[in-house]
Write a protein that binds this ligand. Structure first.
Ligand SMILES: Cc1cc2nc3c(=O)[nH]c(=O)nc-3n(C[C@H](O)[C@H](O)[C@H](O)COP(=O)(O)O)c2cc1C
Length: 337
């Protein structure tokens, strides 16, 4: 019997697959399907602070004011503009009642006070953990990066002071030194990190010559960004590591666990292959482990991390140099000569 158990944020999970925050999880039927397919935990769709304020404010003006925080929100999550926090909390409680696996709340706020108030409300609504959706797309040429990080660290510290459930931070990959950011957030009390937040980018419709914010899924191979940082962070932070972004197959999950992730979050693969794909991924992980003679997922954990391999270049320069040296082979493979 293969043991896929893992610990994430102090929660004992039956396997490493967590369904990430998206519109999929707002339907009770989908939550149940995910649980039946074997999901170990689910992150409920984020409560956006704008959702709270927009009820009382002129929507267009406010959308502009919030643009540096959630530039995609207006188009990507159009439905949230009509649902207030009470309705959100009610739906969250219903979701929690419907499943037996942990339900993680996700929150994205703008003003410090709101982070505090609504984090507590989510905890009171039965959340097993809280995921803070932290990112900032800068629109101020004078503001220092350090200043943004300090504001985010203050949020984590304040929230940790009042919460009794674990708190994770869903990070953007766009910091100058992500390792230092993790180290600081670790000290601020973060129990885990989700690597990484998906940055939906704007696009342009050439026919209409207008900006658009199309809905698009991640691509296969996107998981490799998280793989690099899971490999670098393993054994260097007390916090849990959850990889996210472009995880489509069981083999991607095995690689991320080998690099050092404790768990993974998946969304695009469920849109692409349906929620039942979770069962296929789990089977693929078990088959590989059986073939390789592993009995427990913990035996794989961080086996190919920087720390365990002892190779200082493995997640850094060596791969790049190797790639450069192989560029001749690539040229041949793609018949460019
Ligand atoms: C339709 C949709 C809605 C999403 N809503 C949220 C959200 O409310 N909060 C959040 O933190 N991430 C949200 N995400 C991002 C996902 O949780 C996840 O981080 C991202 O899609 C990358 O994972 P994937 O490659 O498996 O899709 C959403 C993604 C999609 C596609």
């Amino acid at each position: 019997m293969i043991n896929l158990r893992t610990n994430y944020l102090g929660l004992e999970l039956k396997n490493p697959i967590i369904v990430g925050a998206s519109d999929l999880v707002t339907k009770i039927e989908n939550l149940k399907t995910a649980e039946e397919a074997g999901a170990a935990a689910i992150v409920y769709k984020s409560l956006f602070e704008e959702q709270i304020h927009l009820e009382n404010l002129q929507m267009d003006k406010q959308m502009h004011a919030y643009n540096n925080r959630n530039p995609e929100m207006e188009k990507l999550f159009p439905d949230i503009t009509h649902a207030g926090p009470q309705e959100f909390l009610h739906n969250f409680r219903k979701a929690k009642e419907a499943i037996n696996i942990p339900l993680i709340a996700s929150f994205n706020a703008v003003y410090n006070e709101s982070w505090i108030d609504y984090s507590k409300l989510l905890e009171d609504s039965g959340a097993d953990a809280l995921e803070l959706n932290l990112y900032c797309v800068p629109d101020d040429f004078e503001r220092e990066g350090r200043n943004i990080l300090e504001e985010q660290l203050a949020i984590v510290k304040e929230i940790k002071k009042i919460m009794n459930i674990p708190v994770s931070v869903k990070l953007s990959p766009n910091y100058t030194n992500l390792l230092e950011v993790v180290s600081q957030m670790d000290k601020a009390g973060a129990d885990g990190f989700v690597l990484f937040n998906k940055m939906f980018q704007p696009d342009i419709d050439l026919e209409r010559e207008e900006h658009i914010s199309p809905f698009y899924l991640s691509s296969e191979n996107d998981y490799r960004l998280a793989l690099r940082y899971a490999g670098l962070l393993y054994g260097n932070t007390a916090a849990s590591i959850c990889a996210a972004g472009g995880i489509f197959q069981g083999k991607d999950i095995i690689k991320l666990i080998l690099a050092g992730a404790d768990a993974v979050q998946i969304v695009s693969s469920l849109y692409k292959f349906k929620i039942s794909h979770i069962a296929t991924m789990l089977k693929d992980i078990e088959d590989w482990m059986e073939k390789k003679g592993y009995k427990s997922l913990r035996d794989l954990s961080g086996k190919l991390s920087k720390k365990k391999t002892g190779d200082p270049y493995v997640y850094k320069r060596a791969q790049y140099i190797e790639l450069l040296l192989k560029s001749g082979e690539l040229t041949k493979e793609f018949s460019l000569r």
